[in-house]
Structure formats: C-alpha cells, structure tokens
Design a protein around this ligand. Sequence first.
Ligand code: NAD
Length: 255
Amino acid sequence: MSSLALEGKSALITGASRGIGKAIALRFAAEGCDIAVNYVTEAGRDNAAEAAQTAEEIGGLGRQALCVEADVTDPLAVEAMVANVIKTFGKLDILVNNAGITRDRTLKKLAKEDWDSVIAVNLTGAFHCARAVIEHMRERQYGRIISISSVIAQMGNIGQTNYAASKAGLIGFTKSLAREVARRGITVNVIAPGFIATEMTQAILPDIMAQIVPTIPMGYLGQPEDVANAAVFLASAEASYITGQVLSVNGGLYM
Ligand code: NAD
C-alpha cells in the first residue's frame, strides 16, 4: 500500500497561481494528487504564466496538472471549470476554496463596492464552487471541501469589517453544508490561518506589521506550507471522521 496521503485523488484549488493556494497545490501533488490550478485574470500581472509555472512544478512532482481560468464570482465560469476538471481527471475528490481578496478600510470609508467585491470573491465564490461540485461528490459518495477562512473571522480587525464578515460567513456556510452532506461521505471543513507570509500580508504597512508580530505568541508569521500541511490532513483518509470544523493555523494568535 502507498504511503502517500492523497494517492490517486484529484483536487481543484481556487487561486492556486501563487501564495497559499500554490503551496497547497504543490503539497497535494507531492502526496500523489492530480491538481486543477484555478487562476483569474488580474490587472497588472500575468496570472496565466504563474499558473503555468505552478502546473510545471506539479508535473515535476509526477502528477497531472490542469490550468483552469475562472473568476469564482462568475457562476457560469465556475460550472464550466468544474465540468472541464471532471472530464479531464475523470472525477473530482477535493475542492479547496482558497481564492480571496482584501479591500481594507474602516467602516466610515468603506465603499459599497469594497464590501460587495470582498463578499463576492471570498464568500459567494466558495458557494459557487461548492454548488458546482456537490452533485458529483454526492453521486460518488465521496468528497472533501476545504475553505480557507481567517483568524480575522474569529477575532475581528480594524479596517476589515468586509473581510471578517466574508470569512466568518465561510464558517457558517461550512457547518451547514457539513450537516447536509455528512451521510454522503463528504466532509466540509475550514482552515483559519493567522498571519501568513504571502503577497496579501506584504501589503500591510511595515509599522502596522511591527505591531502585529509581537501579538503572535510564536513571534513570527506562518508560511504558506504551514497552511498546506493542515489542508493535506483534512483532505486525507486520516480526517475521515472530522467535519464541520475550524482548524486554526495561527501561531497561537487566537486560542
Ligand atoms: P494571495 O493574494 O497571494 O492569493 C490570493 C489568490 O486568490 C490569488 O491567486 C488570486 O489571483 C486569487 N483570486 C483573487 N480573486 C479571485 C477570483 N475572483 N477568482 C479566482 N481567484 C481569485 O493571498 P494568500 O495569502 O495566498 O491568500 C490565499 C487565501 O488565504 C485567501 O482566501 C486569504 O483570504 C486567505 N488568508 C490569508 C492569510 C495571510 O495572512 N496571507 C491569512 C488568513 C487567510
């Protein structure tokens, strides 16, 4: 028997061109999983090239990779993406809702567009993806749905009412869906990372970051691989009896 945790599985990971999504993609591939690398077109950067780079690294690990462009806010694009993934891999075992954005402003200055865009990507995007995969998973009586929430959902943060609401929404969504599909061999869980060293946290001003780091009991930012380790566990057979849970990966920031 193989010792790889995800041997023979296939996964769709949203926003997998960089950061935490990419780390999860590479770690899953290293555990024997074929990967659909979702990416979106963003102004000012070549996400297609970054996704292709992720796919090349997955190939280097001996697994199949499929780059799939889709904006998770677009339900038709998501449905087409999922159909493409199932056709290519023959099945889809694991969905990781990782795509996420921030538009940080205090409530006084928060435009409705800042609210709407963050909810649309972080929360409604996960809804679109889960809805697109759920029938397939129900039919196969197997599935793993993992959504990347945030410590901000648990403790709040100045300037992040929109982000906190979207990420807390993912937790309620997960617990409800977990109950709906618990008898169908499908588990639904959330990972709540603390501050992780990616482009998202590089955008935090240095003086603000200097105030944040001392509040982390471990005293440093996590790495994308720390989140990927938790994702592998939740996707693996060893987590078969775990559903509707929030797994915090935060260096003790919230406990
Ligand atoms: P990142 O900005 O590097 O990655 C975000 C990814 O989401 C990118 O690949 C981006 O292209 C993609 N994306 C954005 N909008 C999309 C859309 N509409 N459709 C498809 N893809 C889209 O940031 P990251 O730190 O790697 O964040 C990954 C996830 O982890 C996010 O959900 C984020 O909220 C969450 N998170 C990050 C931290 C942290 O400290 N970095 C902490 C907690 C949670």
